[in-house]
Design a binder for this molecule. Sequence first.
Ligand code: SF4
Length: 327
Amino acid sequence: MNAREGRAARVVTWSPSVTLVPTHGCFNACGYCGFRESPDPAAPLADGLSDRGALALMEDRPSASEVLLLSGEVAPGSPHRRRWFGRLLDLSRLALAAGRLPHTNAGPLSRREMAALGRLNPSIGLMLEGLGPAYDALHRRAPSKRLEVRLGQLEQAGRLGIAFTTGLLLGVGESEADRIEALELLSLIQQQWGHIQEVILQPFRPPGRSAQPLTLHESGTLLPVIAAAREILPPEVHLQLPPNLWPLEQLPRALEAGVNDLGGIDIHDVINPAYPQPGQARLQAVLEAEGWELRPRLCVHQGWLDRLPSGLRQAAEACTRRLLHTC
Ligand code: SF4
C-alpha cells in the first residue's frame, strides 16, 4: 500500500444541476457579461422558457437534484417586475413538483420578494463580486452591482434566515487588498447571521471568441487568495471553485489550498458556455488519483438543512434519496 492509498479520502462536494433561464434580458450591462441580451422594453420575458421547455430540460437531467434558476434582471419599479418575479415563483414551484430543489440567482430582491422565494428555494445566490475601482469601472452601467446593494442583500437574507451562496469574481484588475477587504466583509456578515453556506471564488474568463482557458501560471497566482479565503472565512463556509474555469490538472492544488466544493454542475455552463465542463467521470478520476472523494450534495449544504421550513426540508430529504440512487 502506498502513502496515498493509506490515507483517508478527503471530500470535495458538487451539486448535480440543471439550469433554467427565464430570460437573458437584463437592465444592467456589466462590462464582462457574455450572458446578457438587451431586454425587449414591451415584453421582457419574450425570450423566456415555457413550462414545457423547463420540464423537458429537467427530464434530460434525471440526476440533477438542483434546478438553478438563472435570470437577467428587471429593474426595481419596472411595470414588468411583477410578471418577471411571478415567473421565478412559478418555475420554483415547477421544480419542486418535479422532485427537484430550486436555487435562484436573479439579482437583488425586495424583502418581500426574497421572503416569498425563500419559502420555495432552500437556498438563494447572489455574488458579492468584489469591491474597489476595478469593479466600479466594470459596473458603471450596472446599478444593481453597487457594493451597498450587494451587502444589503446579504444582510437581508441573513435576517430572513435563508441559506445563501455568494462569491467573488477574481482577476478583473482588483488589488490584493481589495480581495482581502471583500473576504473580511463576508466574514463579518457570516459571524453576525450565520447563513452564508458557500463562497464562490470565480476566476474571470473572457467570453465568446476571446475565450482563453486559465493557464497554469494564472491559476498558480490565485492559490494565495484561496488560502486567504480559507483563513478569513469561518470554517462552516464552503469554498467553491467552478472546475471548468480552472486547469483540471491543477484542481488538486486548489483543494489543498482550501477549496472543498465544485458548485452546481450542469452539462453546459450557461454563463460561460465557451468553457466546457470536465464531466463527472474525468473529475472523479483526477481527484481520486490525489486521494479526494467527489461527493454529490444538494443545492443547500447539509449543515443548513435543519433551518429549512418543514415542507422544504421534506423535499430536501427526498432529493437526498435521489442523489444516493442516481450519482
Ligand atoms: S447583472 Fe448578470 S446578466 Fe445582467 S449584465 Fe450583469 S452579469 Fe450580465
